[in-house]
Design a protein around this ligand. Structure first.
Ligand code: 8ID
Ligand code: ZN
Length: 358
């Protein structure tokens, strides 16, 4: 049980259907109501990921159970816990992630592929997420946040950070090589540039507009390609030309939520290069890959889906050591609607983070 005075009601962003959500008062799960294997987390901050928008709008094949509470970059404090087998305790600084629960005993979990666990639950789909002040989280996937990492800055690492860190590892690109990052000015892309730099890679930031160009340069990108200035296949030559030898990047980590980014990447990577599919456009998107040249140029198409608990700990440790700093804009909880609006227009620079108690 908790020492903290736990309120009976809280504010939560509750979505009943694809038309949107309402921030309203709902009951707080009290300590004596917590199911076994759960902790009550007082959410201080939550990043808003484009995934939350896909979930609310139901534009993916995976549909949320309604009413749904989205949010999966939640940083907070454990205020109550019902799990005697867990090392977690009241007062711990923890993160609520996209993978809200995994069995941790099946072959996938044992091999560190928890996102593929048949019993996995996802925040906003079939588990409550972090767009609420007190989240009844599964202890199986709570992540400890390092003491020296600011809680608002930690929030986006819990999804954007771990996802691109894992994707860069899966790309196989090594120090000294080049990686293209479509979506570089958004939540995932802006941290991808920094993890890439930390891993010794040079990055080509692909996005649009002067503000995102300036941000990506500040974060350490070595080159910039504005996708709106190079529509359609014109971007292929522009991306290749951004590498010193003109052969194109060794890898591309696609962090764009739009399908267009998937139509050219297999062409602009260099022979033996790898495209890592990460961004998740609405249902019906396809990767374009010419079979003849994919084979003759020995190209690889792979994918990366968030990361496991260890990937997340590593991503947080790299941020805590000062190598990655998410460009965040902290806004009050009630601004969620306008964040979604801006996100849909593609005008958010970096990541918006909600202050749940502002
Ligand atoms: O595990 C995963 N694979 C995973 C984890 C987390 C998020 C996948 N995602 C998915 C999200 O569901 C979403 O589809 O990654 C995608 C990007 O999420 P985000 O970074 O949270 O989105 P954002 O902050 O809105 O940034 C997107 C950026 O893409 C640019 C926009 O200008 C924006 O800066 N962009 C667009 I729209 N079209 C582009 C294009 N054709 C583009 N950049 C390059 N080329
Ligand atoms: Zn996310």
């Amino acid at each position: 049980m908790s020492n903290e005075q736990i309120p009976k009601v809280q504010l939560a962003a509750v979505s009943d259907d694809a038309s949107g959500f309402t921030i309203k008062e709902i009951p707080v799960v009290q300590p004596d109501q917590l199911e076994p294997g759960r902790a009550l987390v007082k959410i201080l901050y939550s990043g808003v990921c484009h995934t939350d928008l896909h979930v609310i709008k139901e534009d993916w094949p995976a549909k949320p159970e309604r009413p749904c509470i989205a949010g999966h970059e939640g940083s907070g404090i454990i205020v109550a816990i019902n799990d005697p087998t867990s090392k977690l305790k009241i007062g711990d600084r923890v993160g609520v992630k996209w993978i809200a629960h995994s069995c941790n005993q099946c072959d996938y979990c044992l091999a560190g592929n928890e996102p593929l666990c048949a019993e996995a639950k996802c925040s906003g789909i079939n588990a409550q997420g972090s767009f609420q002040q007190y989240c009844p989280a599964y202890t199986s996937q709570l992540t400890i946040i390092p003491d020296n990492l600011d809680m608002a800055e930690a929030a986006p690492i819990l999804c954007a950070g771990v996802t691109v860190y894992k994707a860069l590892k899966r790309s196989g690109a090594r120090a000294g090589q080049w990686v293209a990052i479509p979506g570089a000015g958004g939540g995932l892309g802006s941290v991808a540039i920094q993890y890439a730099k930390y891993m010794g890679l040079s990055s080509i930031a692909i996005d649009s507009g002067a503000e995102k160009k300036a941000l990506t340069a500040k974060l350490g990108a070595s080159a910039w390609v504005d996708f709106k200035e190079h529509p359609g296949d014109a971007i292929i030559a522009a991306v290749k030309a951004a590498t010193p030898d003109g052969l194109g990047p060794h890898a591309a980590v696609i962090a764009s939520p739009k399908p267009e980014a998937y139509l050219t990447a297999m062409e602009y990577i260099r022979p033996f290069g790898t495209v890592v599919a990460v961004g998740l456009p609405p249902a019906g998107a396809y990767v374009k890959a010419d079979v003849f040249f994919t084979v003759l140029h020995n190209k690889t198409l792979t994918s990366s889906y968030v990361g496991n608990r260890l990937d997340c700990n590593e991503a947080l440790a790299i941020a805590a050591a000062g190598h990655v700093k998410t460009p965040i804009k902290v806004v009050p909880f009630k601004a969620l609607d306008s964040v979604y609006e801006e996100m849909a227009k593609g005008t958010i620079i970096g990541r918006a983070v909600l202050d749940l108690f502002a």
